[in-house]
Write a new protein. Structure first.
Length: 294
């Protein structure tokens, strides 16, 4: 885990936590996190199994923790959240934890759910390795994170406006894993039976300032280590709002905001899980299978 003041770090950890703390103070905007948490629970419901010990990573106010605690067979749910304001609202037991440094011993949990927090890790493979180690053998990880298609409309408008008004563009887009690479990353970090899929949630707003207020309320504003300090110029924001409306607005004058959600599912390895056939053990040749019939 990098120090908060490390200028070479991908993310400014202090700024990221401060954004979450500000979201709590100003009245957290939780509709997106609540919707994604519901979709994670829907995926968990498909698994015909009880999980005694669960971790809610990035718990915010603990809504997902409470849903997990209500499931049959659940005996322990730990809420882990880096922002103290959110953590104070979560049910006990609760732990102040950054997703870049998982403070749990190996084989602590039967299931780990994570809602919209892993995209803020500078070392996603390292975080996944830590989560896999925190799972018991045959334990399940279900995680949701923002993908590269998130806020493409806002990013386009700001890019064009900043280029036109200021002659250059400051870093504001976090690197994001692509869906095609997500399952492979799970496998590379030691998970068995990896599965990844994506869904896009589109929300409409009356204007760009309303969208940006919601992003601050979510705690999802720019925390890149290389970001430009200080806000955008008024002229840049005004031009961006015009571009946004002209390029993406609907007939009623509302603008869309797209959130691409990547869902990751993987299991900690266990001998009982299906295994690939041993190399060379096939009883039929691929060439024979591909040979035309008749």
């Amino acid at each position: 885990m990098t120090s908060p003041g490390d200028q070479s770090a991908l993310f400014d950890r202090r700024a990221w936590r401060a954004h979450r703390e500000r979201a709590v103070r100003q009245g957290a905007v939780d509709f997106l996190h609540a919707e994604v948490a519901d979709r994670l629970i829907d995926r968990l419901d498909v698994v015909n199994r009880e999980f005694a010990a669960a971790l809610d990573l990035g718990a915010r106010d603990g809504a997902l923790s409470r849903a997990l605690a209500a499931r049959p067979g659940t005996r322990l749910v730990v809420a882990a959240e880096p922002a103290s304001g959110f953590l104070a609202r979560a049910p006990c037991p609760r732990v102040a934890a950054d997703p870049e440094l998982i403070p749990f011993r190996d084989a602590s949990f039967d299931v780990i759910l994570s809602t919209l927090v892993l995209h803020w890790t500078g070392d996603l493979p390292g975080a996944l390795v830590q989560l896999r180690r925190a799972l018991t053998p045959d334990g399940l990880l279900l995680a949701a994170m923002l993908g590269g298609g998130t806020l493409i409309e806002l990013r386009t408008a700001l890019f064009e406006a900043e280029l036109a008004e200021e002659g250059g563009v400051s870093p504001r887009v976090s690197p994001a894993i692509e869906l095609v690479d997500a399952a492979a990353l799970l496998q590379r970090t030691g998970f068995a039976l990896p599965v990844a899929d994506s869904e896009t949630i589109t929300v409409t707003y009356p204007d760009m300032p309303a969208l940006m207020r919601d992003l601050r309320g979510m705690g999802e504003t720019n925390a890149l280590g290389a970001r430009r300090r200080g806000g955008l110029r008024r002229a840049t924001l005004a031009r961006a709002a015009v571009i946004y409306g002209e390029r993406f607005g609907d007939a009623d004058g509302r603008i869309p905001a797209s959130f691409e959600i990547l869902f990751l599912c993987g299991w900690a390895p266990h001998p009982s899980q299906p295994q690939p056939l041993r190399r060379g053990s096939a009883t039929a040749r691929l060439a024979d299978a591909l040979k035309p019939k008749g």
